[in-house]
Design a protein around this ligand. Structure first.
Ligand code: MG
Ligand code: ZN
Length: 195
């Protein structure tokens, strides 16, 4: 007798950095709702990816906690408020991971380490080798690479300044796009979903 289709088959996902990809990056951290500037093309991009069946997982470094500027609770609440804007406009965000440690603590979750992606893979049954990660910094691409995920750089946020570093480290192995919407179009075309 044939095996039934398993709903637990590992699936493709799109990992997204938050600051500089979904919302405008702030050099002094995003500390309050007043400092949140949602990038409208990213809202559209998340909607398109979700309609095409891609679960979205957000992975963000928030040293703002480790530095004592915000509490973990304040940071988590602000993060949920940001993600809820995207959810309310059709984004299927299935997971959200936030590293609150300082760089010098040497945790396994802070990008460029792959801890958050690996944890998401286990908790949400994600096939890392068939997934991609969109970020605006070299550390995003390094975390993706360390997890076996395809990294994609966008030029929003820190992206323009980080592009030479990414090109030096990854060359043509890392595609670069002007923004999340262009990156999403590329993901959809690559997977055969025409838009
Ligand atoms: Mg960023
Ligand atoms: Zn961490």
């Amino acid at each position: 007798m044939a095996e039934p289709m398993s709903s637990t088959d590992p699936r493709q996902a799109v990992f997204l950095d938050r600051d500089g990809v979904l919302i405008e990056n702030r050099d002094g951290y995003v500390k309050s709702w007043a400092e949140v500037e949602v990038l409208e093309q990213a809202v559209e991009a998340c909607k398109l990816l979700s309609e095409a069946g891609y679960p979205i997982v957000v992975v963000t470094n928030q040293q703002v906690v480790g530095k004592g500027i915000l509490t973990l609770e304040e940071t988590e609440i602000l993060n949920e408020e940001i993600l809820n804007v995207f959810r309310s406009k059709g984004a299927n965000i299935v997971g959200s991971y936030l590293c609150h440690h300082l760089a010098e603590e040497g945790c396994n979750c802070r990008k460029p380490r792959p801890g958050m992606l690996l944890q998401a893979s286990i908790e949400h049954g994600i096939d890392l080798a068939r997934s991609c990660m969109v970020g605006d910094a070299l550390t995003d691409i390094q975390a993706a690479d360390a997890a076996g995920v395809t990294g994609i750089l966008v030029r929003t946020g820190r992206g323009v300044r980080q592009e030479p570093l990414v090109t030096e480290a990854f060359g043509s192995r890392c595609a670069v796009f002007d923004d999340m919407l262009a990156a999403a179009s590329y993901i959809l075309v690559s997977s055969g979903v025409q838009r």
